[in-house]
Design a protein around this ligand. Structure first.
Ligand SMILES: [Zn+2]
Length: 200
């Protein structure tokens, strides 16, 4: 990509932001040792930032381009309408709330939650795992929840279209679409909206 050529060639300068760093669960080794740093372009009117991931445990490194600055309260709405859309990356900070209205799913941050990075398929897998655990914990009859499980499995396999909404009052969450054509909307939000709706 052209942006990396610029970096390698040293034609443009980048400033590292001083935002407080948060540790995420590494998608490779599973240890909560991954930091995401934001490199901000210093050329005006260039509305993209680079997100540099680094895991201090396994050494994993990765760079992504993201359209908005981290740290601004935001809502990201991502459409999943084909199997390849499931590979969009989801970076959920410890304050991010994920909703999938079509599946009745809300993932709220727990009291001791850390952020996680996965793809959309991974989010659905987490939901399925938690759902199974809940059935056992409350001794529910699996048969009563067959429809829900069926829908979740269809979604995981890209056979059910849905919308993933990620809201973060701290703005440290992000979604990187799987490809250029994937529908994604990022909106600035009022912090109180998120609090009133989901975190009380
Ligand atoms: Zn790692």
């Amino acid at each position: 990509m052209f942006i990396f050529n610029y970096i390698l060639g040293g034609f443009m300068s980048f400033a590292e932001s001083n935002k407080e760093s948060q540790l995420f669960e590494c998608p490779f080794c599973g240890v909560v040792a991954l930091t995401i740093k934001e490199l901000e372009h210093t050329v005006p009117y260039f509305n993209e930032v680079l997100l540099v991931w680094h895991c201090s445990n396994c050494g994993y490194r990765h760079v992504d381009i993201f359209p908005l600055k981290l740290g601004e309260p935001k809502r990201i709405i991502l459409k999943i309408s084909s199997p390849r859309d499931l590979y969009a990356k989801v970076i959920r900070s410890k304050n991010g709330v994920i909703r999938i209205p079509e599946l009745g799913v809300i993932i709220e941050p727990g009291p001791a939650s850390s952020g996680f990075i996965t793809n959309v398929e991974g989010v659905i897998e987490r939901v399925i795992e938690n759902f199974k655990r809940m059935l056992v914990l409350y001794d529910y009859d699996e048969k009563d929840f067959e429809d829900v499980m069926h829908k979740l499995l269809l979604a995981k396999n890209g056979k059910l279209f849905f919308t993933l909404i990620l809201e973060d009052p701290t703005g440290m969450s992000a979604i990187i679409p799987a490809h250029d054509k994937q529908e994604i909307i990022t909106e600035k939000i009022n912090v109180n909206d998120v609090k009133n709706n989901y975190i009380t």
